[in-house]
Design a protein around this ligand. Structure first.
Ligand code: HEM
Length: 173
């Protein structure tokens, strides 16, 4: 997975819980603490999964809570700083979510070895969207946390519920 995900996890942990917590997460994951990573570097998926699991252990939270914390941090703090262009012209959670399949293709198209998640959309009625997450990484909790993070960024009360192993039902208010 791209180094940008590692860097966002690091920034979230250091900002919210302090450098020491992040260093013990790295130690638990078997990663050198000085590790400096470029956004475009490739990191083994297993390493990212190990880090996420170590964060859960260190903070004594479950994967769902960790996904929500990361989703909120990515959407409300990290992505607006480094990917501000993708927010232009997206005026609602609905607009933003509908762009996500193209955005993931776009940000990874020139990066060798990238394997972005893909999304499919199906409207059940004018307020209810089924969004399917397609990735062999199967990070469903992170996906759901990010969808909820989009709602937080746009200050919209999204109703997000599971609709299958790789699908959520999103009701826009
Ligand atoms: C400006 C907004 C966003 C940008 C620029 C962005 C970019 C990225 C990038 C570069 C990766 C790493 C991909 C790779 O290594 O192949 C990634 C991973 C991921 N993104 Fe986003 N993302 C954004 C928002 C979102 C949102 C809103 C969702 C959910 C609806 C989402 C879901 C995911 C998931 C689940 C992964 C983990 C990788 C996987 O499951 O295969 N992202 N994103």
């Amino acid at each position: 997975m791209k180094g940008v995900i590692f860097n966002a996890l690091k920034e979230m942990m250091e900002e919210k819980f302090g450098k020491e917590k992040w260093e013990s997460v790295l130690a638990k994951s078997g990663i050198e603490k000085e590790t400096s990573i470029l956004a475009t570097d490739n990191i083994l998926d297993e390493r990212i999964v190990r880090i996420i699991n170590s964060i859960c252990g260190e903070l004594k939270i479950d994967l769902k809570t960790a996904g929500e914390a990361f989703g909120e941090y990515w959407m409300c703090h990290y992505a607006p700083k480094i990917y501000s262009a993708f927010f232009v012209g997206a005026n609602s959670a609905k607009d933003f979510l509908l762009k996500m399949d193209k955005v993931h293709l776009m940000v990874t198209q020139n990066i060798e070895g990238a394997n972005p998640p893909r999304f499919e959309y199906e409207w059940l009625n004018d307020k209810t969207l089924l969004m399917t997450y397609k990735s062999k990484r199967n990070l469903m909790e992170i996906f759901v946390g990010l969808v909820k993070g989009v709602g937080k960024y746009y200050k919209e009360n999204l109703d997000v519920t599971s609709a299958g192993h790789n699908k959520v039902r999103i009701i826009f208010s």
